[in-house]
Design a binder for this molecule. Sequence first.
Ligand code: SAH
Length: 218
Amino acid sequence: MNAELQGIGMTSRRTRMRLVQRLRDEGISDEQVLAAIGEVPRHIFLDEALSHRAYEDTALPIGQGQTLSQPYIVARMTEVLMAHKPRKVLEVGTGSGYQTAILAGMAEQVFSVERIRILQEQARQRLRKLGYRNVMLRLSDGGMGWPEMGPFDGIMVTAAPRELPRELLDQLADGGVMVAPVGEKTQMLVEVVREGDQFHTTEIEPVRFVPLLGGVVR
Ligand code: SAH
């Protein structure tokens, strides 16, 4: 690595550490999650024109009308999901691939579906460049889950359905956990834990996500 690149790497590491401190101040306490945020280079998942804002605690546009969630929300959702130690995780809404990378560092296998091809291809390139080998991506309507690969110990939904899709609940393993934003104008982040045929729902906090839409954009 040349000196200049190394310099950029170190600068982003330092700004990432500031972000980690901020997340701590905001109440994120899972050390593994904080370590993941400290390690994954969020700027790689953004357009170059926006990469200087990568370590602000704010949502940022990734094109196609979609957004990379605010780091606080990424951390919070990951913390809620990972409290259950899922090994096999489904993410709905790959988007930039940043949340996928955070999950891939913590779970054994990550399956992620996206409905917009161009976003999926960019995410694939970034994840490959960073060397993640335990991630499988698919272009499809994630509201249907990924039945061939289920059941999943953990499901993270990063776009908001009006109601939790039945298909996703069905693909949750017994004892599994789903974290999802639900609603339209006002949305609530919920945690759903499956116990046999019962689904126990806990409200986490109000959030704002792009809507979960049907169909694939090729
Ligand atoms: N996890 C992403 C968040 C991206 S925003 C990240 O870290 O960047 C939500 C994403 O969900 C968008 O890319 C959007 O295209 C996608 N999405 C919306 N509805 C979907 C659906 N039914 N199936 C798959 N992806 C969907």
